[in-house]
Ligand binder design. Structure first.
Ligand code: 6R9
Length: 673
């Protein structure tokens, strides 16, 4: 007992004095100031072990240290994975916007919070913490005055821009939840999300600008709200000078903001009040409104941002994800702002005005950490190295990848060309449901190896396990299985909006006592994790999840039935392959059918969900009970006819032969085009 107490005491003393005879101990204290209080922790790997074996003490210390509380929490966690019950930091009261803004305004009001990298290259605009706080407060006051209450949910349909960040934080300020919908979604998809969230207020802009093209976002909202009886008002900000028709329901947002005070009393929120909903695709047709709450989410976003990317005060963090996705929430907005960082809001595309856009931005804004998606890396590497090398990238310290597996070629190029071989590349695995990064090569010992294309190491407090098909935990290395998490962490999702039962069924029933991710993974001989892909019917197109059922739901009048699968695609990672059975006596040209289907899918969902390949079929392979055997379709498209597996349940075996022949014909035709 004694030596432990003494050493823990002396470590604390040492940490506070900042001097130490033992290099490792001092290193750990400098690495994480909370560490000296953890017994027996002398290295980063011991710190990781402690965070898992005594996760409650770990999160208590970090939670106390890194969030500003109005009143402290009394219970670190109350979680039961067998029930899907997750609660963190109960009793605690705080305001997320105060954590992201006010506390930094007190210490460094003129520090830059946001750099808005507008679509027009070279026209960036900077906002200090003071300015962002003022903007947030004015908007918070507008919302409050116009009747938005604590517990309401505001839908935000905006491009990545400072007012969108202010809108998210203004909701947090007054205790309303936000529901950001990616501004590439169609009116139908937006309407479905507004209805499910029961929003009374929508915030949008007149027009979006991306890649030099204008999109009529306000018009899309007009169309969407026609089928949303809950909506009472639409706040419209002006991204361009083009006026839009305003109805009695619409409010000129900037004009209203100018009338308001720059002070807005923050709502006192409980740790477990809802912070936001974010809709994501699952294997059935209806998107899931994933719910995240205040304290646990914010803490997890902040800690992962700090340690995975090795973010330090004064760094410029460049996450190029859209705020409509979870990556934009956690690593463009909440993580960096909670840490008092400077974060880039990237409004454009990787190839506008040319394929040097990212690296031009890195040079101009002096970005230190760059975080992007493999799909963009794969696209850019095809344009050649000169688009990268012509720009100064010497500020870069860490490169990150997210959204889908990064293949070795893309990884090597990112590392060698973009990072000049000197920046660690962190392949970060996580999900909308996990709130923040769960597996990534860093943090680790400073020079620990990084294996290309592998997420590798679990983050603090994360305990991954692999399961076999019978639901048994696989304990050995060099093995593959279903990726589950054996222990709760503060950033994990709390429920699915309006459907807690679906939450339990999707994540907690498949492997009782564990959180099931829906992904498969391989654990190497060294114990490193590599994600192998989804195990359910979710396709990952350019890092964006889309359920096969969502696409199949969109049938045009000529179609009797369809089956959609993902297939390996050079740039997008996965493409959408649709098998379509036409109704009897329908005569339609394939080009016309493809145009009709694309129109339908872009109207119902979004452009990115449109099929890349359409194959006509007379019938689909089905089981005797009528279930489409997608496994068979996948194998046909992968040209793995030996791997078709057990076909004994197939209703009519000749259907497979037809599909194979159709696929060969289709591929031959495409090769000729
Ligand atoms: C953050 C985000 C989650 C799904 C996830 C997995 C895939 C994400 C990955 C990855 C391999 C990585 N995914 N990161 N696969 N390596 N580094 O993308 O969230 O949109 O919810 O998607 O994306 O399949 O389950 P989300």
């Amino acid at each position: 007992m004694w030596p432990c107490v003494v050493s823990s005491f002396s470590r604390r003393l040492v940490a506070s004095l900042g001097v130490c005879g033992r290099r490792k101990c001092c290193g750990t204290a400098a690495f994480m100031p909370e560490a000296p209080a953890f017994e027996g922790v002398r290295s980063r790997s011991e710190l990781r072990d402690f965070s898992v074996s005594d996760s409650e003490r770990f999160w208590a210390a970090v939670g106390n240290q890194r969030l500003s509380w109005i009143s402290p929490f009394h219970t670190v966690q109350d979680c039961d994975l067998t029930q899907g019950r997750i609660k963190w930091f109960e009793g605690g009261k705080l305001n997320v916007s105060v954590n992201c803004l006010d506390r930094h305004v007190h210490t460094s009001p003129d520090r830059v919070a946001l750099i808005w990298e507008r679509d027009e290259q070279g026209s960036e605009v900077k906002y200090t913490y003071r300015e962002l706080l003022e903007m947030t407060c004015r908007l918070g006051n507008v919302l409050r005055r116009r009747g938005v209450k604590r517990g309401d949910c505001v839908t935000i349909y905006m491009p990545t821009c400072p007012l969108a960040v202010a809108a998210m934080l203004a909701c947090a300020r007054i205790g309303a939840a936000h529901n950001v919908v990616f501004a590439g979604f169609s009116a139908d998809a937006l309407a479905e999300r507004i209805r499910d969230a029961e929003s009374n207020t929508v915030i949008t802009v007149n027009q979006g600008v991306r890649g030099g093209k204008f999109t009529e976002l306000k018009k899309t909202v007009d169309e969407a709200v026609q089928s949303c009886p809950s909506v009472q008002q639409v706040l419209v900000a002006m991204r361009t000078d083009t006026p839009v028709v305003m109805t009695a329901r619409d409010v000129a947002m900037e004009e209203e903001m100018l009338k308001e005070d720059v002070v807005c009393e923050p709502a006192v929120m409980n740790s477990e009040d809802v912070l936001f909903l974010l809709y994501t695709s699952g294997s059935t047709g209806k998107p899931k409104g994933i719910v995240h709450t205040q304290a646990g989410y914010l803490l997890y976003a902040a800690l992962t941002h700090r340690y995975v990317f090795s973010y330090h005060d004064g760094d410029v963090f460049g996450c190029v994800a859209d705020i409509g996705w979870i990556t934009g929430h956690s690593y463009t907005v909440y993580g960096p702002l909670a840490n008092g960082g400077t974060t880039v809001l990237f409004e454009s595309t990787p190839i506008y005005p040319d394929p040097g856009r990212y690296w031009n931005t890195v040079e101009r804004l002096k970005i230190n950490q760059f975080y992007g998606a493999p799909t963009a890396i794969r696209l850019l590497l095809k344009y050649g190295d000169h688009w990268v090398t012509k720009y100064d990238r010497s500020t870069l310290k860490t490169l990150g990848s997210v959204g889908e597996p990064i293949n070795t070629e893309a990884w090597e190029w990112y590392h060698r060309v973009v990072g000049d071989g000197r920046c660690p590349v962190v392949d970060t695995w996580w999900q909308t449901e996990t709130g923040g990064i769960c597996i990534a090569p860093r943090p680790s010992e400073p020079d620990a190896e990084i294996v290309p294309g592998m997420a590798m190491r679990p983050f603090f407090g994360i305990k991954p396990v692999l399961m076999d098909t019978e639901g048994k935990v696989l304990t050995s290395n060099n093995t593959s299985g279903a990726l589950c998490m054996a222990q709760p962490w503060p950033g994990m999702a709390r429920t699915i909006r309006n459907n807690h039962q679906r939450f339990i069924e999707t994540y907690y029933q498949p492997y009782p006592g564990y959180f099931f991710t829906g992904d498969g993974a391989y654990r190497s001989a060294q114990g490193y994790y590599q994600i192998t892909g989804r195990l359910d019917d979710v396709i990952n197109v350019s890092g964006h999840r889309i359920g096969t059922a969502e696409i199949e739901d969109n049938q045009c009048s000529a179609v009797a039935e369809s089956a959609v699968i993902g297939f390996s695609h050079d740039i997008k990672g996965e493409g959408v392959y649709a098998f379509v059975v036409l109704k009897k006596n329908i005569d339609i040209k394939e080009d016309d059918l493809s145009r009709q289907l694309n129109k339908m899918v872009s109207k119902k969902i979004a452009k990115y969900a449109c099929p890349d390949v359409i194959q006509l079929a007379n019938r689909l392979p089905k089981t005797r009970s009528g279930k489409i055997m997608r496994r068979v379709l996948r194998k046909v498209v992968e040209r793995d006819l030996d791997g078709l597996g057990d076909l004994s349940t197939l209703d009519d075996p000749t259907a497979v032969q037809e599909i194979v022949e159709g696929h060969n014909k289709n591929s031959a035709q495409r090769a000729l085009k």
